[in-house]
Design a protein around this ligand. Structure first.
Ligand SMILES: Cc1ncc(COP(=O)(O)O)c(C=O)c1O
Length: 468
């Protein structure tokens, strides 16, 4: 017999077996505590409330509680009822695996991929959420358009065309759970169309390559040179995934000629260019380049994300799709999570419309530009053979190690000294991806530490590199 009771504000699901109610109740509670399903400190219903729900005598429940208190599973405190005891609740600590040393938190982190999370505009975001939810019709909380809330798609269309030069109309936008989700949808659509491969930059995120292969497409690594991806090597791929504004992780810009070639390839070969504009807002040398998508909106998917501009934990991203792909992507979306969280979408729409997003991006741009300058200066001063390369943009820089230095050894040395940083090799598609750089390098995510820890993290990095 399985039962769920709602009792005096505490819902308790117990599985009772057999006819003897007290013994069954005792065992069900014991099992729930032992398995960790009832966490330490969890308040149990009063014996009166539980007895009433079970339709048994109050003493039956009181006796069961008393027995479990005596055994140490529960704790009874005068005035605060009966709770799950701390000592023996949950899985037996003796059989829990020890925490591996590598997963203990390091003191400092320059791991790429994150903005300064401590600088998230909490107050402004809360205000926007409150305003948005107050103004939203009740229907907004229901199932709605799988492309996303119209308020957000309108706000994004305006923002993207104003700030990134994207040709965007709200009906072509699909709001998704970050770029990772967008790439998942696109890969499945391309595979379902019969596509067999995706051209991807020879240095890229392994997680993105995994997403593509999991959908059944092969990854064709595309060599990179000083002008970005070598477009001539897309082969017979159904699509090419590029980071044109700021190659991740090498940091160069896709040359205008290559941009034109990529679009020409898409037109001639019937391919799709997926433009991952993950950090397009962050360019520090006053030479921002607009989106490739504007050159051929019918052949290029523009993909953006709030992961760098706000926080990756929001899981908010967007695709601006060619008309020919829209229905298939929407159909694939319906089959995964149907639609994204309405509250976050409404909040972001209000945040953009009220100017809060632009203000936050401008503030962050200034802060990250200063950090990049300080990184370049500190390395030039303390370890001149280490070269900072890549354009002045984004949230990471490449620190090329002098010849003879072993990247893996430097990363391990940093970890031993409490600093997390990544080596370039972690991003290589295969053991020897085509094209430069031949040199070992660190990918330094200078936006990652909170502001108060940046100076310490920088000092630790220079000390590690100088091997002091
Ligand atoms: C190259 C690249 N693209 C896109 C993203 C954003 O991914 P998501 O929106 O899934 O958080 C990242 C984040 O690290 C990235 O490095």
């Amino acid at each position: 017999m399985t039962q769920t009771w709602a009792t005096s504000g505490v819902d308790l699901h117990l599985e009772l077996a057999g006819r003897r109610v007290r013994a069954g109740l005792e065992q069900a509670l014991r099992d729930a505590v032992q398995s960790g399903r009832l966490a330490p400190g969890t308040r149990l219903p009063s014996s009166r409330a539980l007895a009433s729900d079970l339709q048994v005598a109050r003493n039956t429940v009181a006796d069961a509680y008393a027995q479990l208190v005596a055994e140490g599973w529960l704790a009874a405190e005068r005035g605060s009822g009966t709770r799950v005891a701390d000592r023996i609740a949950g899985p037996d600590p003796a059989v829990e695996p020890p925490v591996p040393a590598a997963s203990r938190p390091a003191r400092y982190s320059f791991q790429p991929g994150s903005p300064d999370l401590a600088a998230f505009p909490t107050a402004a975001w809360l205000l926007a959420g409150r305003r948005a939810l107050t103004a939203a019709p009740a229907q907004a909380l229901g199932y709605s358009d799988p492309r996303g809330r119209p308020e957000l798609r309108r706000a994004l269309a305006g923002y993207l065309s104003r700030a990134r030069g994207v040709t965007a109309s709200p009906d072509r936008i699909v709001v998704c759970a970050g770029f990772a989700h967008g790439l998942h949808l696109l890969s499945h659509v391309l595979a379902a169309r019969g596509g067999t491969a995706m051209a991807m930059e020879a240095y890229s995120l392994a997680a993105h390559r995994d997403t593509v292969t999991a959908a059944g497409l092969a990854v064709t690594p595309v060599p990179l040179d000083g002008h970005g991806a070598v477009v001539a090597q897309f082969g017979t791929a159904a699509a090419a995934l590029l980071t044109p504004a700021h190659q991740f992780p090498l940091g160069m810009v896709l040359h205008p000629r290559r941009r034109a070639q990529a679009v020409a390839w898409a037109r001639d070969a019937g391919g799709i260019v997926i433009e991952d504009d993950y950090d397009g807002e962050f360019r520090y040398d006053r030479q921002p380049v607009g989106a490739v998508q504007a050159l051929a909106p019918g052949h290029v998917v523009y993909a953006g994300s709030a992961s760098k501009s706000l926080a990756p934990g929001l899981r908010l991203g967007w695709l601006v799709l060619p008309g020919g792909l829209l229905d298939e992507v929407v159909a694939a979306r319906l089959l995964t999570d149907r639609q994204g969280s309405v509250l976050d979408q409404l909040t972001l729409a209000e945040f953009i419309d009220s100017g809060g997003y632009d203000r936050h991006v401008r503030r962050s741009r200034l802060a990250y530009r200063r950090r990049r300058d300080r990184l370049a200066e500190a390395l030039a001063r303390a370890v001149p053979p280490v070269r900072v390369t890549g354009i002045a943009a984004g949230l990471h820089a490449l620190a090329e190690l002098p010849p003879g230095q072993d990247e893996e050894e430097v990363v391990a040395r940093a970890a031993r000294r409490g600093l997390l940083v990544e080596g370039l090799a972690a991003y290589a598609a295969g053991p020897s991806p085509a094209g430069p750089p031949a040199r070992a390098a660190l990918v330094v995510g200078y936006a990652t530490p909170p502001q108060h820890a940046f100076t310490g993290a920088l000092a630790r990095l220079t000390a590690v590199l100088a091997d002091r």
